[in-house]
Design a protein around this ligand. Structure first.
Ligand code: IPE
Ligand code: IPE
Ligand code: MG
Length: 248
């Protein structure tokens, strides 16, 4: 029997990633090595965030999604959770000017309803202020969980079907994607995880079905443009087949 397949006409172009998502892990260990408390590591992590955003702009990356706080991170000691939320608010307050200066559009994804009113209103304000910026989209995943995102999408889509906005037979992968937090954003090309662990830790799940993955042992506060560049080079050297066969 002849094996049927649809070969690609030519090799896929070696591209640079348009949407990069980063699991910024290793702040605690970075602090421990220096005999400091974990919150110190998170502060150092914020400095690495700023450098990373700068590199993303210089390299014309269109969307940068950063995993800052997972839905499971509430299980950490109260003091650490409080210091992370304080740092988030501090960064929002301090960076709003720079976001506009560098034409960055800020988006926050995750279940924001549990955050205190001050943080929630700051998030909405900064999103509003930077909405029309047409440079980098900086997408912050805060109290985000990939499973939560999918479940919320399911609830919304069920609601649309029940209210007859949507025909159940019309639900396709592309339609379902529109019910997720990442709707309207480019597909995730590359996921980088620092800190040595080789897992996804409930980050984007549906969205990374065909993303390229890059793991490094470097702890997040030590992440720099050379490692970012290496991740991009690695991405560019890979052949993305999406299940197909590349014809020579
Ligand atoms: C990542 O660093 C930051 C958050 C999860 C908020 P960690 O705090 O997980 O650092 P390690 O993994 O314990 O070193
Ligand atoms: C993942 O790191 C979450 C963030 C980077 C925000 P964790 O440190 O929470 O992940 P695990 O516990 O090692 O899987
Ligand atoms: Mg960790």
């Amino acid at each position: 029997m002849l094996y049927q397949y649809t070969p690609l006409k030519k090799k896929l172009k070696k591209n640079t990633p348009r949407h990069v998502a980063i699991i910024m892990d290793g702040n605690g260990r970075w602090a421990k090595k220096r005999n400091e408390i974990r919150a110190f590591g998170h502060q150092a992590g914020l400095k690495a965030v700023k450098k990373t955003v700068k590199f993303a702009i210089q390299n014309k990356i269109e969307v940068l999604t950063l995993y800052t706080f997972s839905s499971e991170n509430w299980q950490r000691p109260k003091f650490e959770v409080a210091s992370l939320l304080k740092l988030f608010l501090f960064a929002l307050k301090n960076e709003v000017k720079n976001l506009n200066k560098y034409n960055i559009c800020l988006k926050v994804i995750g279940d924001l309803t549990v955050f205190n009113e001050e943080l929630q209103s700051y998030i909405y304000n900064v999103e509003k202020i930077t909405l029309n910026n047409s440079g980098l989209i900086l997408n912050i995943a805060a109290n985000y969980g990939g499973r939560w995102d999918i479940l919320e999408g399911v609830k919304k889509i069920v609601n649309a079907v029940q209210n007859r906005y949507l025909d159940i037979n019309k639900i396709k992968e592309t339609i379902f994607s529109q019910y997720l937090c990442t709707h309207g954003l480019l597909p995730v090309d590359l996921v980088i995880r620092t800190g040595g662990e080789k897992r996804i830790s409930n980050f984007l799940l549906w969205q990374i079905a065909y993303s390229e993955l890059y793991f490094t042992d470097v702890l997040w506060p030590d992440f720099n443009k050379f490692i970012f560049q290496d991740a991009i080079n690695c991405f560019s050297s890979r052949e993305r087949r999406f299940g197909r066969i590349i014809k020579d």
